[in-house]
Design a protein around this ligand. Structure first.
Ligand code: NAI
Length: 303
């Protein structure tokens, strides 16, 4: 953390207003975290229902904190007032930083990134919350890759301290310093990592998911695997439950990126259980059904 603080001191630009594109599990969490730490945020999505859900999630987290006596009612309204929502890119034209958190698809992300670059001033920092896609690959869609890097939060954003800041080949030092400062401002623990598919954490996590999927092919029941990993091995959640938290659609897209990036190490498991469930519209907690069954249309919390 002290290394990050030293790096953040080199930032010359202060982040006073942020934009988040994509109001799903991650975008909603990132907007909440920015607002609760005092940085106003404009959240953009192509679906009104996603924006509504993102705001509901922020309200739920704040209400829980209020009930536990951790924050005041004033803090609740103050935080919610710092989040505005929109379905139009031009409402992001005055932000100092953009965090892109749309679906894990190179095609969608490159289109979204190049569109937003045309709307914001040249020196606005643009970041991607991609889980696995190489930053240099995404940067190819941009005119000014020096203002672009990865800013990879973890799920759930308000609880997980880590943020990977991914430096692309053409990312400037100033951009890295400013994004590090913003992550610290958000109360997070930033680490700067070099670019490659999956960065650091997901190079560990996705081979684990692939191993889990192969075990299912061998006929082992997923609840049995979860039980062993949780109760007996001591991890907070087993792989099936974790896949449901991440989102089976997101996990499938990310696995494809990892398999393409490391063909000799990561099996491409398009026929595996995770991909098959996603293809059957079982996306996990976000739509109430994944490996397990949850409350209908409830995101984040199993009933
Ligand atoms: P999600 O499926 O919950 O949300 C994606 C959102 O993007 C949806 O609300 C959708 O309407 C919106 N969207 C799609 N196309 C758009 C466009 N052109 N413009 C604006 N909004 C658009 O997905 P989630 O889980 O929030 O993932 C978002 C990103 O964060 C992905 O890149 C993912 O890999 C990454 N990520 C996901 C984590 C997880 O555990 N789910 C953890 C860390 C990163």
């Amino acid at each position: 953390k002290s290394k990050s603080k030293k790096l953040a001191k080199q930032a010359t630009k202060k982040i006073s207003r942020a934009g988040v594109i994509g109001a799903g599990i991650m975008g909603g969490g990132i907007a909440y975290q920015s607002a609760v730490k005092g940085v106003p945020v404009v959240m953009k999505d192509i679906k009104q229902e996603a924006l509504d859900l993102g705001l509901t999630e922020a309200t739920n987290i704040l209400t829980k904190s209020l009930k536990r006596g951790r924050i005041s009612a004033k803090k609740v309204t103050g935080t919610l007032n710092k989040i505005t929502t929109t379905m139009h890119n031009n409402e992001l034209e005055n932000v100092d930083i953009v965090v892109e958190a749309v679906v894990e698809s190179p095609k969608v992300k490159t289109a979204v990134l190049s569109q937003i670059e045309k709307v914001v001033p040249e020196d606005t920092i643009i970041t991607s919350n991609t889980s696995t896609i190489s930053i240099d690959r995404l940067a190819e869609s941009l005119e000014h890759p020096e203002y672009f890097c990865g800013m990879h939060f973890f799920n759930p954003v308000h609880k997980m301290p880590l943020v990977e800041i991914i430096r692309g080949k053409r990312t400037s030092d100033e951009t890295i310093a400013t994004v590090t400062a913003y992550a610290l401002q958000m109360g997070k623990t930033p680490i700067v990592v070099n670019d490659c598919p999956g960065f650091l954490v997901n190079r560990v996590l996705f081979p684990y998911f692939a191993g889990f999927s192969l075990l299912l092919d061998d006929g082992v029941d997923f609840p049995a695997i979860d039980k062993v990993m949780e109760k007996d091995f001591g991890w907070p959640m087993g792989p099936a439950y974790l896949c449901d938290v991440v989102g089976l659609d997101t996990a499938t897209h990310a696995s494809e990126v990892m398999a393409a990036g490391f063909p000799e190490r990561m099996p491409h498991h398009a026929e595996g259980a995770i991909a098959k469930l996603a293809a059957a519209d079982r996306f996990g907690q976000k739509n109430g059904k994944g490996f397990y069954q949850y409350g209908v249309d409830k995101r984040g919390k199993p009933t």
